[in-house]
Write a protein that binds this ligand. Structure first.
Ligand SMILES: C[S@@+](CC[C@H](N)C(=O)[O-])C[C@H]1O[C@@H](n2cnc3c(N)ncnc32)[C@H](O)[C@@H]1O
Length: 545
């Protein structure tokens, strides 16, 4: 076994923590002073190597992980930053997988790891030098999240520190990580978050201990407290939980955010048969008839159809909301439509536009894909390329979607608004979003979302259908936006999005639809937490119907 390999196959974050462990010695009684010698370390665990023999430099995988985390701390996006760094360091195979696990593991669990570090140092994580904090988090992830053997995790992280930061920091990191390693991984949760409650994996029969503190729930599952509270409220608001079940459901949801999601592909309808992906080793999806799931970390780039755009990476939640909207169009609009025009108001980077473009071909519709960012509009152009080669008529434009309703009123038979949002529904795939977002973002985004929805409704032809979607379940961005905008409009009716979802889903019945809205959940449907509502512009003012 290489030193990079965990000694247990399961690298997942252990959801069962939170129960009170039997106490041995209380960590934190021997905290490590910063920038100097450890005040207390177990002499029996000291390295037997002389300093001159100790590792001076990190291996390339850890270096790439460290540099990526530094970039993320400075505002970069992990998913955009890491691939280029892996390429430039010529890392592939197991080393690339190891670096990826380090980056995403630390990004997911750093809230919990910081609570552990706070017990092992006399300096709070927020007061540490950011580079030192990043290496410490890398070390803690190896110790607690990956179960890399303690000596390998500590020595390699100290070598990384010595090479990247300096000898003084290396001795501090050495002392703190040794302190962390003195307590078994499974005990840490109960120590730093005793009120987090407990939910045993795969059971709902009594193996649940209710949390007594939402702050501790956030620490244990590494989510900021405001997100924990917002998600709990969202579970209730969307009817996914009752007051009796909400705490157990919340723990399941937060746990799901910390488990890496499988990559899901879509075989774009009319361009590729989903069977072609299944024959190449993918598994069928659970909701979308066009979904193919790559389990075991399959590489989408290995599929020629992904490379040429007949297939794409797309979560099933995103697939089904487009399919449900087009189902509404087929039932209510298509029979009377001539030269239909479709609008994707917020199209970048183009995942849903790619699906809409494929679906527009047999329906003879022209798709206008609008995006406010020039760069993201370029990505839309490439996403719709394969459908255009197959005959789709697509125009990509750069503009502010808030103005289209006034500039082109009553013009489109179908409008999709996949609104800019907090992304709290996609934390499995974008773990850095939980640390980037703030409660203030919610207010800014809901104002924009309301303006976009009003504009999209104005752009809709009477009789046309509109889908409003977010990859966030936050009540303010979902139910409240739709209710506030539609309340004042007698010309708009909400359609039963749940029934539309049922009619296009593989099983024919999905519990996610309640009333007019659909809210999917990672811990229930296994998708991102997409919300969508479908509405129709009435043919005539309500009084004349
Ligand atoms: C959730 S993303 C859309 C994802 C896209 N539908 C897809 O499936 O790939 C929201 C997009 O809205 C864009 N956006 C933000 N403000 C906008 C505005 N005022 N008008 C149009 N697009 C906007 C953002 O740049 C972002 O690309």
């Amino acid at each position: 076994m290489s030193e990079n390999e965990p000694d247990r196959p399961d690298r997942r974050h252990d959801r069962r923590g939170g129960g009170r462990p039997e106490r041995r010695e209380r960590p934190g009684t021997g905290r490590v002073g910063y920038g100097g010698q450890a005040r207390r370390t177990d002499p029996g665990k000291r390295s037997s190597q002389r300093p001159s023999e100790r590792r001076r430099h990190a291996d390339p995988a850890r270096s790439v992980a460290y540099e990526t985390l530094r970039a993320v701390s400075d505002g970069a996006y992990a998913n955009l930053e890491l691939p280029g760094r892996l390429r430039r360091a010529h890392l592939g195979g197991r080393d690339a997988a190891f670096a990826t696990e380090l980056v995403y593991g630390v990004t997911r669990m750093r809230g919990f790891y910081d609570a552990v570090l706070a017990r092992c140092s006399d300096r709070a994580p927020v007061d540490m030098d950011p580079p030192v904090l990043d290496v410490l988090r890398l070390g803690v992830h190896q110790l607690l999240g990956m179960r890399v053997p303690a000596h390998a995790a500590v020595d390699a992280t100290v070598g990384l520190t010595r090479g990247e930061i300096g000898a003084g920091a290396a001795s501090f990191v050495n002392a703190v990580l040794r302190r962390v390693s003195e307590t078994p991984a499974e005990d840490w949760m109960g120590l730093v978050a005793p009120g987090a409650g407990r939910r045993a994996e795969g059971t709902d029969d009594g193996a649940f201990e209710a949390p007594t503190s939402l702050e501790d729930v956030g620490v244990a599952h590494s989510h900021p407290g405001w997100i924990v509270r917002a998600l709990r409220a969202a579970l209730l608001a969307h009817g996914a939980s009752t007051p009796e079940t909400v705490d157990a459901d919340l723990l399941d949801l937060l746990h799901a955010h910390n488990v890496p999601a499988d990559v899901t592909l879509i075989a774009r309808p009319g361009l590729l048969e989903v069977e072609d992906l299944l024959e190449a080793g993918a598994s069928p999806g659970t909701l979308s008839p066009y979904a193919a799931i790559l389990t075991e970390g399959g590489d989408p780039g290995g599929f020629p159809a992904v490379r040429d755009g007949r297939a794409a990476v797309q979560d099933e939640g995103s697939q089904v909301l487009v399919l449900a909207l087009v189902e509404a169009y087929d039932r209510l609009v298509a029979p009377g439509a001539s030269e239909p025009r479709w609008l994707d108001l917020c199209a970048g980077p183009g995942g849903k536009a790619g699906l809409l473009a494929a679906l527009s071909i047999p329906r003879g519709a022209t798709l206008f894909a609008n995006e406010t960012s020039e760069h993201r509009a370029e990505l839309v152009e490439s996403a719709v390329g394969a459908a255009m080669d197959a005959g789709a008529e697509v125009f990509v434009g750069v503009g502010d979607g808030r103005r289209i309703g006034a500039e082109e009123p009553n013009s489109f038979d179908l409008v999709l608004i996949d609104a800019p949002c907090t992304g709290l529904g996609a934390l499995r795939r974008r773990p850095d979003a939980r640390w980037r977002r703030t409660p203030a973002d919610v207010g800014d985004l809901t104002a924009l979302q309301e303006d976009l929805l009003s504009s999209g409704l104005d752009a809709l032809r009477p009789g046309g259908v509109l889908g409003y979607a977010t990859c966030s379940p936050h009540e303010a961005e979902t139910i409240q936006v739709v209710n506030r905008v539609t309340r004042g409009r007698a010309d708009v009716e909400l359609l039963d999005a749940g029934r539309l979802l049922d009619s296009i889903s593989r099983s024919g019945h999905v519990t996610a639809g309640r009333g007019s809205f659909v809210q999917l959940w990672p811990h229930v449907e296994g998708t991102d937490a997409m919300f969508f509502a479908v509405m129709r512009r009435r043919e005539a003012p309500a009084g004349d119907l």
